[in-house]
Write a protein that binds this ligand. Structure first.
Ligand code: ASP
Length: 433
């Protein structure tokens, strides 16, 4: 059985058991599911523990084997352009749908007040976190680590990526025998990490079951009703982006068959859905790109860690809808100029969000502030917090699908041949005639 089939079974079974516990209201059942949660956390820790060794080893080998720095610059340029453009498209989809459906227009005032009262405290805590968030200049400066070991220890991926690329580039100019010794070592670390991922992924179906059962077991289904239209708009936007934008990009810019691509990568968005973290999913994302799509290590090791850190189309789309929803609820009109600001700030805010659970709702505060909704931040966040976990799961799936689409796009434009079953079959001569 394929890995994604096993994960899917775990996911559906978890959702059914969780929903049964939640809706039946049987407390010991709910408590039992709650008690299982540490097993899910243990699994997330297991996959996260490979992130640092894998990113360093894989990126170092990748950069050093690129051979020339111009190629690195070209791949870097394409990657950043792809990430920025697709994120801007994602935000525009979110804005477009919010303008058409107007999800905030139908929310009754009583519901609004109830939600604000229920989640007000939590929202205040998020605001504190956002207040401590670094400024843009600080974020930019922090890309250069003063101590790469410390960056690795704190799992700050961007500085770690920066250091590793510099180190890999320098490695290409030293004496061949010394360079080879270093490369051999890191090639070994890379391969060992891959084996470890395969071992850990054997546990994935069970872990996914536990993670989903405990989330659904605690989920407030009543909230889903009051926030149904908002949730639906976000979900529709995410689906449109995942199966519309990426399919077009894959087909026309990379010459790939989107259906085959999705089938090959399915385990990755499923794991992202279950963990709500691009970072925790990263080892599987890299492994899938190389082994299931046939993307080279040079491209995968560069595009994917960067993507997990800065490319978040799902998050940006969700932020656009959330801002429009909050503005509509409070009857604050946002004109075209405001919406252009949202495109810019949501794109930047999603770059600044870390690939960890709930990061997007914290950077959402930046976007709310940018269009003058400072006064609505706390109450607004309180309104949407109840369904945030479920939307986080979905947007993370889109985030990692975007990373993989970019890896496939860059690999193809670098002249790489991907695995035959993601490349469209040639048209038979007779049919072409
Ligand atoms: N959980 C998301 C991720 O890891 C970030 C977010 O939108 O909260 O990609």
């Amino acid at each position: 059985m394929q890995l994604y089939t096993k994960i899917l079974i775990g996911l559906v079974a978890g959702a059914v058991v969780g929903a049964a516990a939640n809706l039946s209201g049987i407390e010991p059942f709910q408590n039992f599911l709650g008690a299982l949660e540490p097993l899910g956390t243990a699994f997330i820790n297991l996959i996260t523990m490979i992130v640092v060794p894998l990113v360093v080893a894989s990126l170092l080998v990748g950069t050093a084997s690129l051979g020339d720095l111009r190629k690195l610059g070209r791949i870097g340029g394409k990657t950043l352009l792809f990430y920025m453009c697709t994120t801007a498209v994602a935000v525009s989809i979110g804005l477009g749908l919010s303008n058409i459906v107007k999800p905030g227009a139908g929310v009754a005032e009583t519901t609004r007040n109830e939600l604000a009262a229920r989640y007000g405290g939590d929202a205040a805590a998020r605001m504190d976190l956002a207040a401590n968030a670094p400024s843009w200049v600080e974020t930019l400066m922090s890309v250069i680590p003063r101590n790469p070991i410390q960056a690795a220890a704190n799992m700050e991926l961007l500085p770690l990526i920066f250091f590793t690329i510099c180190f890999g580039a320098a490695l290409t100019v030293i004496q061949a025998d010394r360079r080879d010794a270093v490369l051999k070592f890191f090639e070994g670390v890379n391969e060992t990490s891959m084996v470890l991922i395969n071992w850990i992924m054997e546990l994935a179906p069970y872990a996914v079951f536990v993670l989903i059962a405990s989330v659904v077991g605690n989920f407030g289904f009543d909230l889903l009703q009051s926030l149904a239209v908002y949730t639906l708009v976000v979900v529709s936007g995410l689906l449109l982006h995942a199966f519309g934008t990426y399919a077009l990009v894959l087909r026309f810019l990379a010459g790939l068959n989107p259906a085959r691509f999705y089938k090959r990568i399915a385990a990755v968005p499923l794991l992202a859905f279950s963990t709500s973290s691009s970072n925790a999913t990263l080892p599987l994302t890299i492994e899938t790109a190389e082994e299931k799509l046939g993307v080279s290590n040079e491209v995968a090791s560069f595009v994917l860690p960067l993507g997990a850190t800065i490319n978040m189309d799902g998050t940006a789309l969700y932020q656009a809808v959330a801002v429009m929803f909050i503005a509509q609820i409070y009857g604050i009109p946002l004109d075209l100029a405001d919406q252009m600001i949202i495109v810019m700030t949501a794109t930047l805010a999603s770059i600044g969000a870390a690939g960890v659970p709930s990061a997007g709702i914290i950077t959402l505060i930046i976007v709310l502030n940018s269009v003058g909704l400072q006064g609505q931040v706390q109450a607004g966040i309180a309104l949407i917090l109840g369904v945030d976990r479920i939307l986080d799961m979905l947007r993370t799936s889109v985030n990692v699908t975007g990373d993989l689409s970019c890896a496939a796009f860059v690999a193809r434009t670098e002249g790489e041949t991907l695995l035959p079953d993601v490349v469209p079959e040639p048209i038979p001569i007779s049919a072409a005639d």
